[in-house]
Every structure is written in structure tokens, then in C-alpha cells.
Write a protein that binds this ligand. Structure first.
Ligand code: ADP
Ligand code: MG
Length: 151
């Protein structure tokens, strides 16, 4: 596992970091994105989704737990589990449409790492550092299997 920490100033820098992280992601990967409200989780996901080829506007899921966007080679899923407060009481089928083969999934605010979220490829934690500054910590796990080139 590799850990990096980066400080960004302004949303554009967090979007660029998201885009850079996207370069290491592969079909089926899950990225957990944690941090307080307004810390930049959705901003980072937006940058990553753009880099993966999403052209639709990437906005916070409000009326459902997630959005799915058509990207270049995969579907990009963006989930916000903030209101769920954890997955332990939820039907596992809830996530089935968003995770797995053919998708790269970004999950905001997972309270726990239960079930399918436990083998996330990356964990990104954002925190406020005053004004437009954010501290971003990235834990990256080795890909499960070799043989596929990163996108
Ligand atoms: N360095 C930064 N990184 C990310 N967002 C920033 C930064 N500086 C200011 N912002 C602003 O903070 C807000 C972050 O919102 P958002 O990405 O929706 O957060 P979250 O999804 O964590 O609630 C946006 O209004 C964005 O413009
Ligand atoms: Mg958000």
C-alpha cells in the first residue's frame, strides 16, 4: 500500500489530482472518498470522471444514492452514502448496479468498509485547511491482478 499526501489550493487543483488518480484506475475498481462536507469529495470525483471521459456534468447525487455516467471504456459510478450513515442495514443489491465489472466506482462518505467496499483500490481522505486549502491523503492498494494495463 502506498500513501501520499498532497495539499491543494482551490477546486481546480483538487480536480487535477482526481484526474491524475484516475490514470491508475482499472475496470472494476472502487475508490472510497472520505471527508467533511465541503472538503472537496465531489470536486475530486468530478476531475476523475472527466479524465475517464465523462462529458456530462458531474453533480452530487441528491435524489438517489448514486449517478452513473458513460465514460470512454467504462461506466463511472458516483455514490454518495452520506445520508445512509453506513451500509450495515442496507440491501446489498443496492450497490449492485453501481459496482463491478464494466464500472469504476467512486463512493463518498462510507461510514464503514463492510462488504464490497472493503476491497477498494484507493481511499482518499480530504480535510479542510482553511480557505481554499485542502489536505488530501491517498492510500493506494496494489491492483488485484496484473496483466491489464492501467487506463
Ligand atoms: N482546494 C479545494 N479543493 C476542493 N474544493 C475546494 C477547494 N477550495 C475550495 N473548494 C470549494 O469547496 C467546495 C467543495 O465542495 P464539494 O466538492 O461538493 O465537497 P463535498 O463533496 O466533500 O461535500 C466547492 O464549493 C469548491 O469550489
Ligand atoms: Mg459531495
Amino acid at each position: 500500500m502506498a500513501v501520499r499526501s498532497i495539499e491543494t489550493t482551490g477546486s481546480a487543483e483538487t480536480e487535477s489530482l482526481g484526474a491524475e488518480l484516475a490514470g491508475a484506475l482499472r475496470d472494476g475498481d472502487v475508490v472510497l472518498v472520505r471527508g467533511d462536507l465541503g472538503s472537496g469529495k465531489t470536486t475530486l470525483v468530478r476531475g476523475a470522471a472527466r479524465a475517464l471521459g465523462v462529458s456530462d456534468p458531474v453533480t452530487s447525487p441528491t435524489f438517489s444514492i448514486g449517478h452513473r455516467y458513460r465514460a470512454r471504456d467504462v461506466t463511472v459510478s458516483h455514490l454518495d452514502l452520506y445520508r445512509l450513515g453506513g451500509l450495515q442495514d442496507e440491501d446489498p443489491a443496492l450497490l449492485a448496479d453501481y459496482l463491478g465489472a464494466g464500472r469504476i466506482a467512486f463512493v463518498e462518505w462510507p461510514e464503514d468498509d463492510a462488504g464490497e467496499l472493503s476491497d477498494a483500490r484507493m481511499r482518499v481522505t480530504l480535510s479542510h485547511r482553511g480557505g481554499d486549502r485542502r489536505y488530501v491523503e491517498v492510500d493506494e492498494m496494489e491492483p488485484a491482478s496484473e496483466g491489464t494495463e492501467p487506463r
